[in-house]
Design a binder for this molecule. Sequence first.
Ligand code: NIG
Ligand code: FE
Length: 411
Amino acid sequence: MKLIGPFKQILTLNNLPLRGKLSDEQLEIIENGGILINNDNLIEEVGDFEELVTLSGVEVSNSTTSQFSNSVVLPAFVDCHTHICFGGNRANDFAMRNAGKTYLEIAEKGGGIWSSVKHTRNASEKELLEKLLERINRLISLGITTIEIKSGYGLNVESELKMLRVIQQAQTKTKATLVPTCLSAHLKPRDFEGSNEEYLQYIVDEILPKVKEENLAKRVDIFIEKSAFQPEESRKFLEKAKELGFEITVHADQFTAGSSRIAVEVDAVSADHLEATIDEDIQYLANSETVAVALPGASLGLGEPFTPARKILDKNGILAIASDWNPGSAPMGNLITQASILATFQKLSTAEVLAGIAFRAAKALNLTDRGILKKGMKADFVVYETDNFQNILYNQGSLVASEVYIDGEKI
Ligand code: NIG
Ligand code: FE
């Protein structure tokens, strides 16, 4: 047994509903609390520090007791949507977009997703792994210990498998939990000779069986959008992926409405983006088990509207927030800053934001063992040197975590 604390405040996020709106009065705050960790590195108990000392019989030295007296602790965060395995950089796209160039003009000048595909295909596994680990470490330093990572910059058997193998290798070098997703259906690559439907069939026949065989991912994603894959061909593809045993997630309604419905109809674990979702579809999504994932980093990267997070919560949906960190539309990679900004524009309570980057984001990855500090949960938590939890979102990301723990160990 190991006892950590006492902390000025522990925000457990315990006893909050999975769906719908939340007020800050619902937050459980333990003053002068401790976290007791058992020999399986899981949380044994969270509660008053002195009571835990008595309960556990653990000896506490003076140096430990003064260390956290001005600290707030929360469950570590979950980033349930990223594209952080990539080669190259798209700073030039960003500059051109800000200078008023259109999507097409940027693509013609060698930018867009295709440029990341070329750089990722050309990168060695070693280069990709190095960059990926750098990004993972940056996320960990922000208190994020569970990270979803998509393929989707390979777009052929060889390079999609290379990306997923790199993610698998990264998992052997980090204590963070990585959740890989196969996004071969990001875009039909320019060098594929055939229709969209033929490319999707190629993924089903050539890529997914190998992904399964090597146990590289359990999830399949698709970008449904006018410029990528059309609704009906996407639905067929997703049904086939489901038949092969994959969980489904969808890039839905980013610029045009309609695809979040498909996500719900195929029982996707999450529908992500939703910047363009119409009211009727918000209602439909909010009535389902599919988690709605807001990606404020993409709104900020592209200058597009924010996901209607307020409406989703008011209609009792399950709302998570993720960074979408990628070289094109969302280069920032700071979930805390982005979630704080989304809160300002969408009028979200602190509880709604924290739930959205903790246990509600875990739900988007079908993980039920994290995102809440209570008995039996994974002992992943983040410590801030501050006397009040409100300071975290108030500082909009500039109050950086002072310590991050994974499985009860300081990273
Ligand atoms: O989630 N929308 C599609 N895919 C990514 C962008 C990828 C890129 O531009 O490289 C997204 O925003
Ligand atoms: Fe994305």
